[in-house]
Ligand binder design. Structure first.
Ligand code: ADP
Length: 212
């Protein structure tokens, strides 16, 4: 009897995008998934590596913005470039046009190389950058604004007004929740995160099994 054709393996593992506004608890949640053995592919870490000394984004950034936004020690003069793009939306779009495709390409390569049943793509600006289609599922970490402001203040010493400005520049809570397949409620204490992560991990293992 002729052998049944074997199904081609999926091109990449099942992918869950993790997002949330500043101070919502994305890093805390990502750490808990990592503890369970899940690979976390972090857009911020990739962006940082691309713009660190020797990073692949430095040459195109130099070409677009001039050598004054580079720095021998840190790769990129982040405060100066941040100021430039904050004041100038066209400059911001130029920077994003350089960085976003490079970040996306590296995330996809890391995902394709991952051996786990599923991987987490931590993308803080997932909704803002219209990348919700990058993963199979979107997980949003949600917490009330007042708590986020207090937690970011404790974490990095930012004044409430500064955190509010960042929150205002990001997607609204409603926009993010509209994109969510799953939501982790981080209005409680840290201990309340663990059972929510454990339940989602079980669900993602099931979904990843069906994906194969
Ligand atoms: P994000 O990565 O979304 O900006 P973090 O995970 O860094 O948020 O959380 C913001 C700050 O709040 C961190 O210092 C973190 O340790 C703290 N934090 C997160 N969740 C809780 C919680 N449930 N209770 C108290 N502090 C928390």
């Amino acid at each position: 009897m002729a052998e049944l054709p074997t199904q081609a393996p999926p091109p990449r593992p099942y992918a869950v995008a993790l997002t949330g506004g500043i101070g919502s608890g994305k890093s805390a949640v990502a750490d808990l998934f990592a503890e369970l053995g899940v690979t976390v592919i972090d857009a911020d870490a990739i962006s940082h590596a691309l713009t660190a000394p020797g990073g692949a984004a430095l040459a195109p950034i130099n070409a677009a913005f001039g050598a004054e936004v580079l720095c021998a020690n840190t790769g990129l003069n982040r405060p100066l470039l941040r100021e430039r793009v904050f004041a100038d939306p066209a400059a911001r779009r130029r920077l994003e046009a350089i960085l976003h495709p490079m970040i996306r390409e590296r995330m996809q390569a890391a995902l394709a190389a991952d051996q786990g049943p599923y991987a987490l793509l931590a993308i803080p600006l997932l909704v803002e950058t219209g990348q919700t289609g990058l993963a199979d599922r979107v997980l949003v970490v949600d917490a009330p604004e007042a708590l986020r402001i207090a937690r970011v203040g404790r974490r990095s010493g930012l004044a409430p007004a500064a955190v509010r400005r960042i929150i205002a520049s990001q997607a609204t809570r409603a926009e993010r929740l509209a994109a969510a397949d799953d939501v982790i409620d981080n209005a409680g204490d840290r201990a309340a995160l663990r059972p929510q992560v454990a339940a989602l991990h079980a669900r993602y293992l099931d979904l990843a099994g069906a994906h194969r």
